[in-house]
Design a protein around this ligand. Sequence first.
Ligand code: ARG
Length: 551
Amino acid sequence: MTLWQGRFGGSQQSEELKAFTDSLSFDRRLAHDDITCSRAHVLGLQRSGLLSEEEAGTLLAALSKVEEEIAEATFVFAPGDEDVHTAIERRVTEIAGDVGGRLHTGRSRNDQVATDLRLFTKRSLMEVGRGIIALQEVLLNRAREAGDAYLPGYTHMQRAQPVLLAHHLLAHGWALARDVDRLAATRRRLDISPLGAGALAGTSLPLDPDWVARELGFSARFENSMDAVSDRDFVAEALFDLALVGTHLSRLGEEMVLWSTEEFGFLHLDDAYATGSSMLPQKKNADIAELARAKAGRLIGHLTGLLATMKGLPLSYNRDLQEDKEPLFDAVDQVERSLAAMAGLIATATFDTQAMARAADGPTTAAADLAEWLVQKGMPFRQAHELVGAVVRDSFERRVPLPELVAAHPALGGDAVALLEPGVPVSRRTSPGGAGPGPVASQIEKFAAVLRADADRFGVTKGAGPGQHSARSGSHQHGSRGGGREQHGSGPEPGFAGQAVPEPDGPGQESPGQASPGQASPGQASPGQASPGQASRAGASRPGGPPPEGD
Ligand code: ARG
């Protein structure tokens, strides 16, 4: 059954049309949000006097039944169901009888799908945010336990200056903190209900889009009905945010690949987070890190693909916009899985801090310290740079150890040689935000505070929970790991009764028993979504059984 057969009489759709225009295969993932949207719409129709209390009750009961069927996977999609909206309306009508014909009053699939997708995106960005926070917690724990361990910091992939391992790990952590902030900002901008925009122009019926917006947990309704049904900025923006998370993960992944090579030898992967070779028995590969590096390409592709689809698209709704869903769904899944896998890899890896120190202790990485020491003696920096550069060149050309030349140099001498001792250069990185123990200690505290605030605004709850997956603890020179395990707030999806989660950008307006935007959808967890070293988000139970997503 289509929703538009009146205009077409008895004529049959071609198989080609059905195969080509189908969206049910992927938009069934919106079933839950579609039901949430329909519930609010029914209540709105009742408020406006377009449905009697009894009719509204019958429709709400039918929607609940459909929801149950979907949750229990007993919902049967019919061959004629064009999309999830058609399927749900058909089934509601089968259950509710004639009153089902009133469900779509004053509504179009155009405002409906836009509403569904905004609900989905709001929630998904919260979930991704929690996934990022879980990885940041791992980075923070590893940074704390790294103590004074140091490694070479690189520029141009050449050893530059020693940096604390904690500093290096938190460099990735701060990039992820900006990602979390971006997700919150995107989520705030997309928090607008399109429901009531109709096909493109609103309706002659006395609907109240403000009321349904509040009912759905949105902070406001649309201002322009044409914009409401044709805007997919929010998807593009979410895809950008996800592509940037993917880009950050690719940089982290690349370093984990490098560090785990025999050439670097900075890191040993836990067996549970490494793969072998089918032919080469000795191999232990960092496939997780490689895939985390690779996914960025796919995520950037999703963003550019959608922008290309939107470019030049006339107002208002066009079927082109159906192409928004698959990239978004895939981007969310890929990023969530990358985050979880990378969190596990890093939580369980063993850092070889001796190999790191060996690589960092080459005396040339203290060259800047020699120059700065001369500056403190009053020499202009340019002259000091020249002088030390010449000594380094001399050391390479004549193959004389640098400390010997420094000791013999009239401007340098014994005090300067002390700067070349292992561990000394990093201890001299004292400037705020710098790579030495002093500034890193305060950086760690600041990072922890930002992380706590983000955990709060993304509804991450503390404490061990069901389904917790313990990170396997590899041996390490710097004490225990995996402290501060946290359970990620997992709660009901919008539409299910449950605790409201704070909005990442200030207090949200949640209708009781209504949308709890951004709550995690346990059971919806992608494979590998358990956050090692953290509680699994897949472990908690969800009222009403498994959600439709991920079907
Ligand atoms: N599957 C469609 C989409 O995703 C639903 C909206 C269809 N609207 C229409 N006028 N054909 O965009």
